[in-house]
Design a binder for this molecule. Sequence first.
Ligand code: B12
Ligand code: SF4
Length: 547
Amino acid sequence: MLTDSIKSSIESLDPLFNKKFGDISSGSVGCDRILYIRLPCNPIFPIGVVYLSDHIHKVAPDVQQNIFDLGTVPPLDFYASLDRAIDKFQPNLLVFSWRDIQIYAPVGGRGGNPLQNAFEFYYAKNPFKKLRGAVNGLRLFTTYYAELWRNSQLVRRGLDRARRYHPEVKAVIGGGAVSVFYEQLGSILPKGTIISVGEGESLLERLVQGREIASDRCYVVGETKPRERLIHEQPAPIEKSACDYEYIESIWEDFNYYFRDRDFYIGVQTKRGCPHNCCYCIYTVIEGKQVRINPTDEVIKEMRTLYDRGVRNFWFTDAQFIPAKKFIDDAIELLEKVKSSGMNDIHWAAYIRADNLTPYLCQLMVETGMSYFEIGITSGSQELVRKMRMGYNLKSVLQNCRDLKAAGFNELVSINYSFNVIDETLETVRQTIAYHRELESIFGADKVEPAIFFIGLQPHTHLEDYAFKNNILKKGYNPMSMMPWTAKKLLWNPEPLGSFFGEVCLEAWKRDDDDFGRTVMNILEERLGRAPLEEALAAPMKELVNV
Ligand code: B12
Ligand code: SF4
C-alpha cells in the first residue's frame, strides 16, 4: 500500500517533470561544473566522491568541482542546504552518490535493530512480543521507504534547482547502493538520470569530455534499458595515484568534519577487485574478479597526506585486503612501507581473509597498528564453507590465527557467522560451535566476538540462483522490497531450520541483548552440544564432488 502510493506519487510527478524540463540526457557538450552530492548516510567518510573528484581533477584540471556531503547535515536541513549548495555553485552536472540501502544487521540501524524486529515479528510465540516486532518493524519499514522516497526527491529537487542556472544540466547517480540495485532504482528516479554501476571514474570522464556513454556501465532512465549482465562487465582499467587532499580540501567546505573527531576511520583504497566466488557476495561482481593493485608508494603518499592532517585511523576499503595467496607479497610490501614511513602511531582495519596470512605478515600487521580483525568465515564447518564456494581452508585459518596471536595481536577479533545459508544441519551447527571454541582458546574468550548475521540476499549472486532453483524466489521478484512476505525470504533464514534459529535468537536477546553473539553460541551449545573439532575441519569427499 505504502510503496504503491509512494511509487504512484513519484510516477505522477514524472510527466510534469519531463514536460517542464525535457530530456536531460541528450547533447554532447561536456560538463565543466560538477557538484558531487553524497546522499544522506551515517557519517562514514565519503571516499567514493573524494576519489571521483580527484580523478576528474587529474584528467580535466579545468573542470570546476565542489563536494557537498549530506552525511554531515541534520535531516531537517537536507532540502534547504541542497538548494543553497546549488545556488552557490551553479553546477551543470550533478553527481549523486548513494552508499547504502540494505540495513539488515544485528546492530542498531537507523530504524532500530532490524534483525531483532524482524525475528520478533516472524518467530515470536508470545503475542505481545510479536506485536512489538510488528510495531517496530512497521517503523523500520516506513523509515526504509521514506529514505528511498527522500533520496529520489533530493535528486529531483537538485535537478529542478540547477536548471535555473543551466537548463541542460544532467544528473548521474552511482555508489554502492546503486551498483547493487541499479535495475530497481530506475523506477524511482527521474527520466534522464544516468544510473551507473561500479566504479564511476571512466563514466564521469566521458561526461566531462562530452563523449558517448552508452558503452560504459550505465543506462539512462526512460531512454535505455540496462543491458543483460551489465553488472558482470569489467570495470575500466584505471591506475590509481595518491589522492590530492590539498585539492579536495579546496573544493569541500566541510572537509574538516571527519577530521575533527579523531574516532573516524578514513578510507584508503589499496586495491580493487576480488577473485573469489562466495555464493552470497556481490562485491566480486561490482569490482570485478581481476584484482588491480594501487601502487604502494601512491598508497603511502596518500596516507601520509592524511596523517599530516591529523588522521590516525585508516580503513583500507578494499573488498578484500589480501584477496588470495598471490597477493600476500603486495600486502607485505605495503605494510613494510607503512612501517618504515614513521607513521608508527596509527590504527588500521580492513576486511581480511584469514586464510591468506604468513607469520611474517602477521608480525607486520601487529607492528603497523592493525586494531581490529574480522574473520568472515560464515560457518565453522568446512563442508558448508565449500558448499558456499568460499574457498576457505578452515585449518589454515586456525593456524594463521595462532601466528597472529604469537605475533602479539591482543585486540578484539570479530568472527562473522551467517547460519542457515545452504544445507545447514544441526550437525554443521555443532561443528561451528567446535570451531568457535577453538578460536576462543587461541585469542581468549573475551577477545573473540561472534557477530551473528543472517545473509541479506542480493541480486546477481549464486545464492539468488539457488533461491530460484529451489523455488524460494520467483524470477522478477523485487530485491528492494520490504513487504513482510518478501523481506522474510530476503533476510535469508529458510525452513526447516529457520524457526529454530529464530527462536534461539529471540532467547538470546531475552537473556542478554548486550552480548547477543556470545549468548547465541552458548544457547546453541546448550541445546546441541559440540562436535569434535576434526569433524568441523573435514569435508567429506562426496561433497567435494558435488561442488
Ligand atoms: C569498506 C566497506 C565498509 C566499511 C567502511 C569503512 C570506512 N570507514 O570507509 C564498513 C565496515 C564500516 C562498512 C559498513 C557498512 N556497510 Co559497507 N562496504 C564497504 C565496501 C567493501 C567498500 C566501500 C568503499 O569504501 N569502497 C571504496 C570506494 C572508493 O568506493 P565507493 O565508495 O563505492 O565509490 C566508487 C563507486 O561506487 C563509484 N561511485 C560512487 N558514487 C558515485 C556516484 C556516481 C555518479 C558515479 C558515476 C559513480 C559513483 O565510484 C567510486 C570510485 O570508483 C563495500 C563493498 C564494495 N566492494 O564496494 C560495502 C558496501 C558499500 N557496504 C554496504 C553496507 C550495506 C554497509 C552497512 C550498512 C552494513 C550494515 N548492515 O551494517 C554498514 C554501515 C555503513 C553505514 N553507513 O553506517 C553495502 C551497500 C549497498 C547495500 N547493500 O545497501 C556495500 C555495497 C556492500 C554490499 N554489497 O552490500 N562498509
Ligand atoms: S572473499 Fe569477500 S569480497 Fe571476495 S567474494 Fe568472498 S565475501 Fe566477497
